[in-house]
Design a binder for this molecule. Structure first.
Ligand SMILES: [Zn+2]
Length: 220
């Protein structure tokens, strides 16, 4: 309970049990004023915690029974960092979610980011699960010109039905420099699991053509 010196208004926290049911003479340690303090009934809990305690005078010369009120618990210290961490994690989750939602937009702006999304496994790269086999190259005459005809098979090895993206032909010279790139439609837009379909494309090769590569257009 809180008692207040009627002379100097200094407040003290004392154990109500020390006052006793019949009251007790107490003396202000600041101004030495003495008065009889009684136990109040149903006092509201104290809001302030005084730092000093009065000496309680009693008939016998026992030690003072007044005590400071226990300090108010201060357990708010560790909560702020936890909340901050929670907010940081929440923000990161939100950013990742936004990136997933906007991935098409991001890939349009940054072609390189396609790889990042593929690495995260969010979308398979075009042609994933499809293999190109039995590739053959032959020179054929067409309209008096010698063109190169490339044939082969597309096999679905993905374990499920798969879309066949636009195909891409690339011609390199001896040094690896790209001389020509061309796109062509696959014979079927979709293959069932383990389905195989033949493809063919013809190209007029530039001078110095050395290597012919058929793959899937990653810009699908
Ligand atoms: Zn006083």
């Amino acid at each position: 309970m809180i008692i207040t010196c009627p002379e100097c208004e200094t407040r003290y926290g004392v154990d109500a049990a020390a006052i006793g049911a019949s009251g007790r003479t107490v003396r202000c340690s600041r101004c030495s004023h003495s008065w009889v303090e009684y136990q109040p009934d149903n006092l509201p809990p104290p809001r302030e915690v005084p730092t000093s305690s009065p000496r309680l005078d009693s008939g016998r010369r026992s030690r003072p029974a007044g005590t400071n009120l226990p300090a108010l618990p201060r357990d708010k210290k560790s909560k702020a960092p936890a909340i901050l961490w929670f907010l940081v994690i929440l923000t990161l989750v939100g950013m990742i979610a936004a990136a997933i939602v906007k991935r098409d937009m991001i890939m349009e702006r940054l072609p390189g980011s396609t790889t990042v999304f593929e690495a995260l496994g969010l979308i398979p790269p075009p042609g994933a699960g499809l293999a190109i086999e039995n590739q053959r190259i032959k020179a054929v005459q067409k309209g008096g010109k010698q063109v190169v005809r490339i044939e082969g098979d597309i096999v679905n090895v993905s374990g499920k039905a798969a879309l066949v993206p636009t195909m891409l032909g690339i011609i390199r010279d001896k040094t690896g420099k790209v001389l020509k790139r061309w796109r062509f439609k696959p014979p079927l837009p979709k293959l069932l699991n383990k389905e195989r379909i033949g493809f063919a494309t013809e190209v007029l090769p530039p001078k110095g053509s050395e290597t012919y590569i058929i793959t899937f257009d990653q810009r699908n």
